[in-house]
Design a protein around this ligand. Structure first.
Ligand code: GLN
Length: 385
């Protein structure tokens, strides 16, 4: 039997070091540049693509079957995809799920996001692990015409994420009130139906499920834009302040967020809780430092140890920067560590209800081990009232 000719490549991924990957384009056509990371989660591709923390990044999925359950608006973490593009091993099949309202490719196309299928994602992931998250250009042309030299030049021209504040691009334009609860509950957990605690949540690129978890732990949540000042936060007379996840370099976003956090810490005794970028900026405000990681942590099976209890949580992670635990000043305790590489995953003030974690306790990577962190925030606010 005559062999079928392999289809002409319609997408090209160019790394700044000149390495090229050809494959099949889906989603939008055109060209985009970004930093490339890999995510090891087996499910949740839609939540990943719509997590604002992924702004400025293209995601390589190490799990080969991506897209085969389509997309549904219920799974959006924000209204639009925020990750710059996606790289997958197999082209998505026709969506097979009773929840699907659209094919992944159509959804990406309607939202201007480029994807490439048919890539040796194992080889690509090994390259990322060895040399660090590369700068890349991704092109999708149905005619298959690629100027590879200009693509490599575009990858080299990408400025990277260090020193870049992306929170201002993804934060809300205006404050709003949030009261929707989460849909899935940890075993035996009863949702708090009557909100008891007034929380101001600062949106540096907040995922919706974080806001749902706060509401479910009994918080009446007012969301404020990233550039909110301490005066604007305190004008709401909150019982607690929450610092959200978000994209980019914490040191850059911290230029306006850190003074705001410091002012609240210096002028009030309010409980404060931060997640991911919020964790990193709280650490900066307390005098610690953050560093860029080689290839970051992105996945849904990251073991994290709670140093207070010794318990291990299986967590979702998505970060390319980390708090340098060596830089934590006196009075700031390390509460959680990654069991993959020992990097910092949580801090708290020794004598105040101010704490934060690097992982994503709102995500449900199968287990829901980390939800207690929201209940702890509510308990701190209850103890104060
Ligand atoms: N998920 C997040 O909040 C990410 C924080 C930060 N942008 C990082 O990459 O480390």
């Amino acid at each position: 039997m005559a062999q079928q000719p392999s289809p002409r490549p319609t997408a090209c991924l160019a790394l700044a070091d000149g390495t090229l990957f050809f494959g099949h384009g889906f989603g939008a056509t055109g060209e985009t540049t970004a930093e490339l990371c890999f995510n090891t989660a087996m499910t949740g591709y839609q939540e990943i693509m719509t997590d604002p923390s992924y702004a400025g990044q293209i995601v390589t999925f190490t799990f080969p079957h991506i897209g085969n359950t389509g997309v549904t608006p219920e799974d959006d973490e924000t209204a639009d995809p925020v990750a710059a593009g996606m790289v997958v091993k197999w082209d998505p099949t026709v969506a097979s799920s009773w929840r699907a309202t659209q094919e992944l490719g159509d959804w990406l196309a309607a939202r201007g996001r480029i994807a490439i299928g048919g890539v040796d994602t194992r080889r690509l992931t090994r390259a990322i692990r060895q040399s660090g998250a590369p700068h890349v250009a991704l092109s999708h042309d149905p005619e298959g015409n690629f100027d590879v030299e200009s693509l490599v030049a575009a990858a080299r021209g990408f400025a990277g994420l260090e020193g870049v504040d992306l929170a201002k691009d993804v934060t809300c334009a205006q404050s709003y009130h949030w009261n929707e609860m989460r849909w899935a509950w940890p075993d035996g957990y009863l949702p708090q139906t009557a909100p008891k605690h007034k929380v101001v949540a600062i949106d540096y690129g907040a995922k919706r499920n974080i806001l749902r978890c706060l509401a479910s732990a009994g918080c009446d949540v007012t969301v404020l834009p990233a550039t909110a000042t301490a005066e604007e936060v305190l004008a709401h007379d909150p019982d607690g302040v929450f610092l959200s996840n978000g994209p980019g370099d914490p040191a850059a976003t911290g230029k306006y967020a850190v003074p705001m956090i410091q002012k609240i810490l210096n002028t009030t005794d309010l409980p404060m809780f931060g997640i991911c970028l919020g964790h990193q900026m709280l650490a900066l405000a307390l005098g610690a430092q953050t560093i860029k990681m080689n290839h970051g942590h992105h996945g849904a099976n990251h073991p994290v140890q709670d140093k207070d209890t010794g318990k291990v949580e299986i967590t979702s992670m998505n970060h390319g920067f980390a708090v340098d635990s060596q830089s934590l000043p006196e009075g700031i305790l390390e509460t959680h560590v990654s069991l993959f590489d020992g990097s910092n995953c949580g801090i708290r003030m020794k004598d105040r209800p101010v704490y934060s974690v690097q992982h994503h306790p709102e995500a449900s990577p199968g287990p829901q081990d980390s939800f207690y962190l929201f209940e702890r925030f509510a308990a701190h606010m209850a103890a104060r009232s």
